[in-house]
Write a protein that binds this ligand. Structure first.
Ligand code: C2E
Ligand code: CA
Ligand code: CA
Length: 590
């Protein structure tokens, strides 16, 4: 053990050395110096395990002595030597990073040695704690705390040098899927490998950190223009192109990156982090696997989004939501066969808001879950009053968001609502999108089977727009395919769309499913659908979505008395004209 004794009082030094000799410790090798200057020089040279430090030296005293040694080597354990009358001071000094103290003339050699060993051990565990507080234990790269500290320092340096700092906020896309399908161990392994790959792309002086979960950040200093950050971001995106090998399987990951720049976006580390996070979020929204620079516009958007979410919460509480219903008509008989419930928000400040403006925010914030149950309850309440008024009701279809469908108790709660309102399950159709079912096909199948058991019909909404996987059509208990409006729109105008429509209809037929064409606006489209055997049509041609109370009129006439309704559109085709379809709602809620 190599000790450095910094003590100007030669008698004190001699006593200490004698005590150590007497303890017969063999591995003790003591170097004695008498000033701070000599002491720090020796420490810098290195090789010592511990410093025994007097606090009254010719070139300094007290804390000064400690600080000089710590500056020379912050990792060096220090034991302070104190006189009998300044023991209190020695104790107080333990809080500034001194590991122990010895009162001169008091210690026997063994006690002194014990104190020294204790000091070394204590320093070691302090270092370890320090490390743990600053490094991520899984990947070994620095953690958020360390990054934030470093970012502060980078900003200070860049301020002096007059250059820029770029902060990259990186989030892996669909990491959860890897965790879910390959297990947590594979997920951990992937994070380690990603950290390594990112590390390869950093240079000395850059800081790579793991912020938590599947989020990483990189700080780069000394940029001259924001533009320089772009090539780094591109490099990172490219570096992930090569798949990772996990237990012999190739796993492909991509990342979304948000970039904020000092001083362009902020002077504060915390704000830069927040802004880069916002930009990352935007990159994700923009389709993942890309990078985005933070802009003020993004910030404004975020504030707006936050306001929207608050307002949705208020709207739920104050019952500002209402449902409109759009008729669905049998193409064969032109009779009303059902209707789709569509949500509207009667917002005191925004006016009547269409779902396109708020459903996404409701999904992101989770409010779609209570909203979804309210929608279903409201449909049931309305159906009940119609039934009580003696109307012959038709099934109502309701749109279900992924977030709702993924609630483990979704089928149970749907069953409860039906029961509570005494509504027959055959009166409710659920419209789900393909993407929603494909996210976790096993879970989806279980859920669908429960819903089927309750007696609900299942429709696939916007069919043809997602990554359709025909295999699952067979696997899932589905009843209806809704041909997406984008195909119906182009019927007769694009050979592709004609083909797709035909293909969907014949596919549905072969699987025994019903087809509904949505967004039917023209007679020509209706003709085409009829010729090709589509079952049901929904669209402005037959009616815009209208409030429940107006639907009553339709239900009344659907008893077979269509003819008395005044048609607001004229048809060339006499058959359609006879049906006198019902464009009641055109003036309301397009
Ligand atoms: P969607 O399920 O595809 O609903 C059809 C949309 O097309 C409705 O818009 C409807 O008003 C509109 N539409 C119907 N016929 C025509 C037509 O002939 N021409 C044109 N141009 N448009 C037509 P809306 O009501 O604005 O709903 C938009 C989307 O919002 C819906 O698309 C659905 O994804 C979502 N949404 C609506 N209501 C709910 C709801 O209660 N819950 C959930 N989760 N989502 C809903
Ligand atoms: Ca729908
Ligand atoms: Ca649709």
């Amino acid at each position: 053990m190599k000790l450095l004794l910094v003590e100007d009082n030669l008698t004190d030094a001699e006593f200490l050395q004698a005590s150590l000799r007497r303890s017969k410790a063999e591995d003790v090798d003591l170097t004695h110096v008498t000033t701070i200057k000599e002491g720090t020089r020796a420490v810098r040279k290195g090789g010592f395990d511990v410093i025994l430090l007097d606090l009254n030296l010719p070139d300094g005293s007290g804390i000064e002595c400690v600080e000089a040694m710590q500056e020379a080597d912050p990792d060096m354990p220090i034991v302070v030597l104190s006189g009998q009358d300044d023991e209190d001071f020695a104790i107080s000094i333990l809080s500034i990073g001194v590991q122990d103290y010895l009162v001169k003339w008091e210690g026997k050699g063994r006690l002194i040695l014990r104190s020294i060993r204790f000091a070394i051990e204590r320093k070691r565990s302090e270092k370890r704690l320090n490390y743990l507080a600053q490094y991520d234990s899984l990947t070994g790269v620095p953690n958020r705390q360390y990054l934030t500290e470093q970012l502060d320092q980078s900003i200070a340096r860049a301020q002096r040098a007059g250059n820029k700092v770029a902060l990259f906020y990186l989030d892996l896309d669909k990491f959860k899927a890897v965790n879910d399908t390959l297990g947590h161990d594979a997920g951990d392994l992937l994070l380690k490998e990603v950290a390594q790959r990112l590390y390869l792309h950093t240079r000395a002086g850059d800081v790579l950190a793991r912020l938590g979960g599947d989020e990483f950040a990189v700080v780069i200093e000394g940029l001259n223009q924001a533009h320089d950050a772009e090539s780094f971001a591109r490099n990172i995106v490219n570096s992930l192109v090569e798949p990772f090998m996990m237990n012999g399987r190739e796993v492909q990951v991509t990342a979304s990156i948000g970039i904020s720049i000092f001083p362009d976006d902020s002077n504060e580390a915390a704000v830069l982090l927040k802004n880069a996070d916002i930009a990352m979020y935007q990159a994700k929204e923009g389709g993942r696997n890309e990078f985005k620079f933070f802009t003020e516009h993004m910030h404004a958007e975020l504030v707006e989004r936050h306001q929207l979410e608050q307002d949705i919460q208020t709207a739920l509480r104050l019952k500002q939501f209402a449902l409109v219903y759009q008729p669905k008509v049998s193409i064969e008989t032109l009779q009303l066969t059902g209707m789709e419930a569509l949500i509207r928000w009667n917002c005191p400040t925004r006016g009547l808001v269409r779902p396109a403006h708020f459903i996404h925010a409701a999904e992101e914030s989770g409010y779609i879950v209570p909203l979804g149950y309210w929608i279903l309850s409201d449909i049931c309440r309305t159906l009940k009053t119609w039934q009580e008024d003696g109307l012959k009701v038709t099934p109502v279809s309701v749109n279900v968001s992924a977030r709702q469908f993924q609630q483990a108790d979704f089928p149970d709660r749907v069953a409860n609502i039906l029961e509570q309102h005494e509504i027959d399950s055959s009166l409710i159709e659920l419209e789900l999108t393909e993407g929603l079912l494909m996210e976790d096909t096993d879970a989806a199948q279980i859920c669908l089977e429960k819903l089927k058991k309750i007696g609900l019909s299942i429709a696939i909404d916007d069919f043809g727009t997602g990554n359709s996987c025909l295999a699952y059509l067979r696997k899932f208990p589905i009843d209806i395919l809704k041909i997406d409006k984008s195909f119906v729109d182009e019927v007769g105008e694009s050979a592709d769309s004609d083909q797709i429509c035909k293909a969907i209809i014949s596919l549905a037929k072969s699987l025994g499913l019903e087809t509904v064409a949505e967004g039917v606006e023209t007679e020509r489209q209706l003709e085409f659908l009829k010729e090709n055997g589509c079952d049901i049509a929904q669209g402005y041609l037959f009616g815009h979505p209208i409030w429940g109370k107006e639907i009553i009129e339709l239900l009344d006439h659907s008893k077979g008395n269509f003819a008395s309704l005044k048609p607001t559109i004229s048809f060339k085709n006499s058959e359609t004209q006879n049906a006198r379809i019902l464009n009641l709602g055109a003036k309301y809620l397009t």
